[in-house]
Design a protein around this ligand. Structure first.
Ligand code: ZN
Length: 155
C-alpha cells in the first residue's frame, strides 16, 4: 500500500491516517451476496467491495480488499464501518449523497446519522485530484447494490 501526502485539516488527519493504516473490515467476504470492483485510473486505486445482505434487506456484513492511496483506503474503511446494519436502500442513497457532497463542495449539506465520520473526508475537496480517490468506494457501493456487471470507474 502506498501513501501519497495530502494536505487535509489537522482535525481530520488523524482519523484518515488511522483508517488508512488500519483499515476496518479489510479482506474478502466469502459469503457476500453483492460484490463490485472500483477503479480510479488517475491514482491507481483499485478495490473490491463486498456486501452480505440478509433476508430483510439489511447489510449484515461488508468488507473490501485492494490497494490504493491513503484517501481511497480510508474512504472504503469508513464506508464499510458505516453501512453495516443499514438497509440496502439507505446505503444506496448514501452512495449518491456522499459522492455529490464530495464533488459539489456541498460543505453545509447535512450528513445522515451514521455518516458523521465521513466529514473527515471533507478536506479532500480542497484537492480536486483527490476527490476521485475519496468517492471510489462509494461508486463501488452503488455498483454493488445495483448489481452492475462492469466495475465502477471514476473516469
Ligand atoms: Zn487515490
Amino acid at each position: 500500500m502506498s501513501y501519497a501526502p495530502v494536505e487535509i485539516p489537522e482535525l481530520y488527519r488523524e482519523l484518515i491516517l488511522d483508517h488508512s493504516r488500519n483499515p476496518r473490515h479489510f479482506g474478502r467476504l466469502d459469503d457476500a451476496t453483492h460484490v463490485a470492483d472500483g477503479i480510479n485510473p488517475l491514482c491507481g486505486d483499485k478495490l473490491r467491495l463486498y456486501l452480505r445482505v440478509d433476508g430483510r434487506g439489511s447489510i449484515a456484513a461488508s468488507s473490501f480488499e485492494g490497494s490504493g492511496c491513503a484517501i481511497s483506503v480510508a474512504s472504503a474503511s469508513l464506508l464499510t464501518d458505516a453501512v453495516i446494519g443499514v438497509p440496502v436502500e439507505t446505503a444506496d442513497r448514501w452512495a449518491g449523497e456522499v459522492t455529490s457532497r464530495l464533488r459539489e463542495n456541498a460543505a453545509n449539506s447535512t450528513l445522515d446519522a451514521g455518516l458523521e465520520a465521513l466529514a473527515a473526508l471533507d478536506g479532500v475537496r480542497e484537492f480536486p485530484g483527490r476527490i476521485k480517490c475519496a468517492i471510489l468506494a462509494w461508486q463501488a457501493l452503488n455498483a454493488a447494490v445495483n448489481k452492475n456487471a462492469s466495475p465502477a470507474c471514476t473516469e
